[in-house]
Design a protein around this ligand. Structure first.
Ligand code: HEM
Length: 401
């Protein structure tokens, strides 16, 4: 077991692919490590793939709310944390079932034409910016994935201007601190409560109206469960998918021949996306679990109350069947990965993200055969954080070299 005593460097890494190297070094020294999170908390950090799967299905490791939850006003805390992501069975089973009743396959598949037209609306003006170039994250991946989740939920255009800032404050809590987290959540909850009452008065064919109407026998979501579910869908469903598209584009553009090869055969895009999900996943870690009793993990004793974090990005590079685990290699055979989690909390939005990723990437390949980075690859910085694995910006140009 490695004992890391200062805030661990992988979360603060900013050099391109530096995090990948640091995680590889950590994994080489064992499977379970003592690691300090950006806000100072020390946890047991698992980097072995099989052990990570075991953690995610072990009923003795319980879900916990995000850090600083006990500093929030009780009303706000209930309005954001009463959803499936922070619940164990039987509450988890009940919440996930009620949400699944509204978050149907039909609703997701029905979004494909809208994802395509949102993609086209964003790419049309960018096609005219060959001379200046643009930041693909700010001008394409974030607006696209935000647009899709807002359409799905039924958030009108006029309400969307603060969503990116609110999401950033919530997902990067451990780096930005509890004050901006509380403020963003208070504003977001206010907004969502207003939206729920509007949909109650005038239901539409969207997910918020679906959540208001969702029933399982006599059971239905409470007001807090509804705002909290909208909260998790909005936050989990937006930046993650934006990262998937951004990390894919950076990966494909910085490996010789990959962009033209995918352009020549776009049927390979879904498999290429799976390889990005393995090698450069949108999240680097899976939220903490708490030991409900003393237990042993890979030869290490975790005492009751101990916090365990799955170092998913590291674990994805430690899958036995991957011949070339430490690079994005489209000839690696498709293997399972942990990018969407594992077990009962497996990501509800995985089919939607894969759909968005496929449409966004095939459209970029088709429209922009000459797409390339407009700065040296060494200048594409990684953003510090515990949860997200994201770049600061991704400057590109569509102008031929
Ligand atoms: C590439 C994009 C995405 C990635 C990498 C991702 C990743 C994950 C992971 C790792 C988990 C498991 C968390 C845990 O075990 O604690 C999870 C759960 C979840 N995700 Fe996603 N997600 C993505 C997109 C989405 C989208 C688009 C939505 C919704 C529209 C969504 C909604 C959820 C929800 C509600 C859960 C909680 C499930 C439960 O607790 O039962 N995610 N996601």
């Amino acid at each position: 077991m490695t004992d890391v005593v200062t805030p661990s460097p992988f979360f603060l890494a900013t050099e391109p692919y530096e995090r990948h190297r640091l995680y590889a070094e950590l994994s080489a020294s064992g499977s379970v490590h003592r690691v300090v999170l950006p806000h100072g908390e020390t946890v047991w950090f698992v980097t072995d793939y099989e052990l990570s799967r075991a953690v995610l299905t072990d009923p003795r490791l319980m879900k916990v709310e995000p850090p600083f939850a006990d500093q929030l006003a009780p009303g706000l805390r209930a309005a954001i944390n009463s959803n499936m992501l922070y619940a164990d069975p039987p509450a988890h089973t009940r919440l996930r079932k009620l949400v699944s009743a509204a978050f149907t396959r039909r609703r997701v598949e029905g979004l494909a034409p809208r994802v395509q037209s949102l993609t086209d609306e964003l790419l049309d003006p960018l096609a005219r910016r060959a001379e200046t170039g643009f930041d693909l994250l700010a001008e394409f991946t974030y607006p696209l994935t935000m647009g899709v989740i807002c359409e799905l939920l039924g958030v009108p255009l006029s309400g969307r201007e603060h969503f990116r800032d609110w999401t950033e404050a919530v997902t990067n809590l451990t780096v930005l601190g509890p004050d901006s987290y509380e403020k963003a959540n208070a504003e977001l909850v206010d907004y969502m409560r207003g939206l729920i009452s509007a949909k109650r008065a005038q239901p539409a064919d969207d997910l918020v109206s679906g959540l208001v109407a969702a029933r399982d026998g006599g059971d239905q979501l409470t007001e807090d469960e509804m705002t909290s579910t909208m909260h998790v869908l909005l936050i989990a469903g937006h930046e993650t998918t934006a990262n998937l598209i951004g990390n894919s584009v950076r990966g494909f553009l910085t490996r010789p021949g990959m962009w033209p090869m995918l352009r020549a055969d776009p049927t390979q895009v879904p498999a290429a996306i799976e390889e990005v999900l393995r090698y450069d996943p949108p999240l680097q870690t899976i939220p903490r679990r708490r030991a409900s009793q003393d237990l042993e993990l890979g030869g290490v004793t975790i005492p009751v109350g101990g916090m365990v974090v799955v170092g998913m990005m590291a674990a994805n590079h430690n899958i036995d069947e991957t011949p070339n685990p430490h690079d994005l290699d489209l000839s690696n055979p498709q293997s399972a990965h942990l990018a969407f989690g594992h077990g009962i909390h497996f990501c509800v939005g995985a089919p939607l993200s894969r759909l968005e990723g496929r449409i966004a990437l095939t459209s970029l390949l088709e429209r922009f055969p000459d797409l390339r980075l407009s700065v040296p690859a060494a200048e594409v910085r990684t953003a510090p954080g515990l949860l997200m694995n994201v770049m600061e910006t991704l400057p590109v140009t569509t102008r031929p070299a």
